[in-house]
Design a protein. Structure first.
Length: 464
């Protein structure tokens, strides 16, 4: 083979026998695919150092040619044994010269691109790499990536190893207390605190071993020097100065560099809700809810109006929030044709722990006959004002703010000239009727009965 300067022996032929007859010319073969080029390093006694893929050489010691595949030297060829001399054949006639074959393309060596997660961009012919994702090596043939090699499958898991032997049982500690010296005749696991050297020891069966020792004393603390109350921090502070800031409502201490918060004022507690009493019998007092009962169809829950004056006048499915109900419809508040035979109190559906309920016929009667009441218009909303027990304000001559501050209850009816509020009592004779509180702009206030399928307001109370 030609190494660029001279021809080197790659292998030697046996001696020629006599020429046989010329055979006929064979048909030209198809052009072969481009191969990978060799880099011939000549005739050497040993493999060249720092070898690169496709380096090749003839080993004059072993009489073999080798090629480097990127990781090891592989035998490329070796000298053949000299064959036996054959019998001379008769000279044949000269054969016709065959047609010259087409020149093969120039071969190119591998260009290794290393380990990658995906194909390298803009590849060139004979670029190769190892794909870490699918565990395969690829080579680019000028048009596509082809598999060069791939990882073998993992072998089967080996048999689990035998469990190890159990460890030796540990030794417990026997505490001997605080002593000025080690106790005599110690046993393994004895421990004590030595008050002389400020250390704890444990005996391991042959000698005392250090178990723990006292820590070093901490630095002395700095006392607080209280500077009183001030709207700002005192000037030229020293470490440990402290004061109360009347503007920020907080106490501060100086740490030598900055003022640090010691404490802040707490928020004032919310004032307790004042409860106003309304007698509904000679032995029973109640408190009214903060507004009329409402039902939210979107959330399927009962709620109280935003305030005592709010009145929607909506029933059934005509609005998302309604505040008029047929009698006893705690279970079906949107039913407008209800003729309930039994009363389901709306108050039982409000789960705030206050046990709300609807006043009975007799309780409404007792209330309107013992407490001051009057028709009044508040913020363009008509309704009935009822004063709590013991309140003697003149309703007509007092504004609503004064009445509300005194604990008055307002039963709104919107722009109507009368109001109707359900009781929990059915008519004992007619199963289609139930009792309710009636009032109007003429000053009439009494308890009547009417059809249970009429839409009326509900105002809940709780016992005191």
């Amino acid at each position: 083979i030609y190494d660029g300067a001279s021809w080197q022996v790659m292998s030697e032929n046996g001696k020629d026998g006599k020429d046989g007859k010329d055979g006929k010319d064979g048909v030209d073969g198809k052009d072969g695919q481009n191969g990978l080029g060799l880099v011939w390093k000549g005739e050497l006694e040993a493999a060249p150092s720092d070898a690169e893929t496709n380096w090749a050489y003839y080993n004059s010691t072993e009489k073999k040619s080798f090629i480097y595949d990127g990781s090891a030297w592989l035998v490329l060829a070796k000298d053949g044994a000299q064959g036996e001399k054959g019998a001379d054949g008769q000279n044949g006639k000269d054969g016709t010269n065959g047609t010259n074959g087409t020149d093969g393309g120039t071969s190119a060596g591998f260009v290794w691109k290393g380990e990658l997660d995906a194909n390298p961009s803009e590849p060139q012919t004979n670029w190769a790499y190892y794909n870490k994702t699918d565990k395969k090596a690829y080579i680019y043939d000028g048009a596509k990536w082809s598999i060069l090699a791939q990882d073998g499958k993992d072998g089967q898991n080996g048999t689990n190893g035998t469990n190890g032997e159990n460890g030796t049982d540990g030794v417990g500690i026997t505490w001997k207390g605080t002593l000025t010296a080690a106790p005599a005749s110690p046993q393994k696991g004895w421990a004590y605190y030595n008050s002389t050297d400020k250390k704890s020891y444990i005996h391991d069966g042959s000698a005392w071993q250090l178990l723990a020792q006292d820590g070093a004393n901490g630095a002395d603390g700095v006392g607080i020097s209280w500077k009183g109350e001030s709207a700002s921090a005192p000037e030229e502070p020293e470490n440990g100065w402290a004061y109360y800031d009347t503007e920020k409502k907080a106490s501060y201490i100086y740490d030598g560099e900055n003022w640090q918060v010691i404490a802040k004022d707490g928020k004032d507690a919310e004032p307790a809700e004042k409860v106003y009493e309304f007698s509904v019998s000679s032995t029973k007092k109640v408190a009214f809810s903060s507004g009329n009962l409402q039902y939210n169809r979107n959330t399927n829950t009962f709620q109280f109006a935003e305030n005592q004056i709010q009145y929607l006048g909506k029933q059934g499915t005509k609005a998302d929030v309604i505040d008029l109900f047929c009698w006893g419809t705690g279970n079906n508040p949107t039913n407008t044709n209800a003729t309930e035979t039994s009363f389901t109190d709306w108050g039982s559906k409000i789960n705030d722990g206050k046990n709300w309920f609807t006043l009975s016929k007799d309780e409404w009667d007792y209330l309107i006959n013992h407490n001051t009441k009057a028709w009044k218009t508040v913020n363009s909303v008509n309704g009935l004002v009822i004063l709590p027990d013991g309140c003697t304000l003149n309703i007509a001559n007092s504004d609503w703010a004064t009445l509300a501050a005194a604990g008055a209850v307002f039963l709104p009816c919107g722009t109507k000239t009368y109001g109707e509020y359900w009781s929990s009592s059915p008519d004992p004779v007619n199963a289609e009727l139930a009792y309710y509180l009636y009032f109007d702009s003429d000053g009439r206030v009494f308890v009547l009965d009417d059809r249970r399928d009429y839409g009326m307001s509900v105002r809940l109370v709780r016992s005191l």
